[in-house]
Unconditional design. Sequence first.
Length: 151
Amino acid sequence: MSFEITMNSPIGPLQLASDGVALTQLSLSTHALRENSCALLEEAKRQINGYFQGQLRQFDLPLKPHGTLFQQQVWRQLQQIKFGETSSYGEIANRIHNPKAVRAVGMANRSNPIALIIPCHRIIGANRKLVGYAGGISIKKWLLEHEGGWP
């Protein structure tokens, strides 16, 4: 069974989805969903609100992002980037022992289905500048400033 909710946040409406066991999606929402919540989505909503209120620095939710083995590898590395810290595509490529996969890491980062919790916003350019973010650079900057990781 699939569960979905939309919640308001300081960066705009967020769409959350779950299979009832793990969170499968968190993205900026551009449209209303049929609301079909479950206990896991209510807990995710509570933790996300805590994050935005500055009371939570690390999420504790079961996650099940759908993607290739390579994407999964990249997303696991993204989860190692701590609150208030940043990394680059090249650093992630090195951590997965594939230093030439910088562009592929960027594509995996862009394909992240559980934004915010798998913190793709914490990736910046090798030149320490803000680079692409599916939600837009202004939201990325806001998130990094919220975490104290920018500039």
